[in-house]
Design a binder for this molecule. Structure first.
Ligand SMILES: Cc1ncc(COP(=O)(O)O)c(C=O)c1O
Length: 408
């Protein structure tokens, strides 16, 4: 038999990296539900459910809370491509790889991109952000909430108000924090936000929840054009420059997700079921219970890591609740440890990018995987792999510390 015809049989893995993670079985079940036509009244009801649930998750009243088909960066691209008219100035505070991604996407939208940087492992003070906004006077500030590459979370509580003072829009990439850390879109005056399913929402990659307020809706509607084959008779295109992407055109997506249900792409049916289930799972647990669980499990993981004499990476005051950076100790081959974790224990942990490649491991405790058992299993496996590399650890210390310090 041809190699490519063999049965699909992925090995069982415990995904304790920075995402994707093992999906909740309820989401797997939703993914296997029967197809419906995209204008079937039951399906459009599911679309409306997603909008309602997404508003609750993001703590927003935004009418425009919907899904973009594609991985998390599809959400980022839809928002930035629709908001940025070529030549617009965009400021990106960069504190890791995903800030660089925002610069890169904004550049492809032909923005005049300005950025400020801070050492990876640190975040910005509100005063630094305000000074940069004052200096560059951007139309849009685009920032990551939790940058999984460094495991740091940028505090955002004050940034929205600062942006309003300088008449800038605030866009936040919350892919890695939604469902794991507190996020208040309206209270924090975030104008547009994008996320993904494959981290704290316990789903697979492939759907990007987004939300934006009326300020953003007004902005993008100034560029509203509708593709010829579906254009209503009386429609006059807006004065603004046409949005260069059809797929990521927010005004057309707004028509698709509103009562007019004007056909755009074919909604990824199974991903919509999955997204709806992800949202139901988090909201049924309750947002504050869910954040508490992420914080407690992370505390237990860090207690265990410290008990092995390992150093945590970055400014711990700003560590994400759902991903932990661990400095690879001197004399230990980081990749060999990761491979042993995978080969011998079936556990995946992450390495990192750029300046942090080979310097840190990243351990995720997110969504469905954010549980006591997984932390204990992961610590026990890591200890064994480290000892085989000649790193001296008191046997059992990590699990003991995680049990006694983390889970009271
Ligand atoms: C903060 C952040 N933004 C964006 C992305 C990109 O997501 P995707 O790979 O789903 O496009 C990731 C993925 O890890 C991320 O952590």
């Amino acid at each position: 038999m041809m190699e490519a015809l063999r049965d699909l049989s992925p090995p069982p893995r415990l995904l304790m990296g920075p995402g994707p993670i093992n999906i909740d079985p309820r989401v797997a079940r939703a993914l296997s539900m029967p197809m419906l036509g995209q204008f079937d009244p039951e399906f459009t009801r599911y679309m409306n459910d997603v909008m309602v649930l997404l508003r609750q998750l993001l703590r927003t009243e935004n009418r425009w809370s919907l899904l973009v088909d594609g991985s998390a960066r599809a959400g980022i691209e839809a928002i930035l491509t629709s908001m940025i008219t070529p030549g617009d100035r965009v400021l990106v505070p960069v504190f890791g790889r995903f800030g660089l991604l925002l610069c890169e996407i904004a550049r492809r939208c032909r923005a005049d991109v300005r950025f400020i940087e801070t050492e990876w492992g640190t975040v910005f003070e509100p005063e630094q952000l305000e000074a940069a906004i004052r200096q560059h006077r951007p139309k849009i500030v685009a920032v990551v909430h939790g940058d999984t590459s460094t495991t740091m979370a940028q505090p955002l509580e004050e940034l929205g108000a600062i942006c309003r003072r300088y008449s800038a829009f605030l866009f936040v990439d919350a892919t890695a924090t939604v469902g794991g850390m507190d996020l208040r879109m309206d209270e924090w005056q975030i104008d547009a936000l994008s996320a993904g399913l494959q981290k704290c929402l316990s789903g697979p990659p492939g759907s990007a929840p987004i939300s934006f307020n009326d300020r953003v809706a007004t902005l993008v509607l100034q560029r509203k054009h509708i593709e010829k084959g579906i254009e209503p008779e009386a429609f006059t295109p807006a004065e603004g420059e046409i949005i260069q992407s059809n797929y990521f055109d927010l005004p057309m997506l707004m028509d698709y997700w509103s009562e007019s249900r004007l056909n755009h792409h074919t909604q990824a049916t199974a991903m919509l079921y999955a997204a709806r289930e992800c949202l139901r799972i988090v909201l049924t647990e309750g947002l504050s219970a869910c954040f508490k669980r992420h914080a407690a499990v992370s505390a237990s993981l860090t207690a265990g890591l410290r008990a092995m004499g390992l150093e945590l990476f970055g400014d711990q005051r700003h560590k994400m609740a759902n991903v932990t950076g661990v400095v690879i100790p001197e004399g230990v081959d980081g990749d060999a440890v990761r491979h042993a974790m995978l080969e011998d224990f079936g556990i995946e942990i992450g390495s990192s990018f750029g300046p942090l490649h080979g310097r840190i491991w990243r351990i995720g405790t997110m969504g469905y995987n954010c549980r006591k058992q997984n932390v204990l299993i992961c610590l026990a496996a890591l200890e064994a792999c480290l000892r085989r590399q000649g790193y001296a650890v008191k046997p059992g210390a990590a699990v003991d510390a995680a049990l006694t310090e983390g889970f009271q």
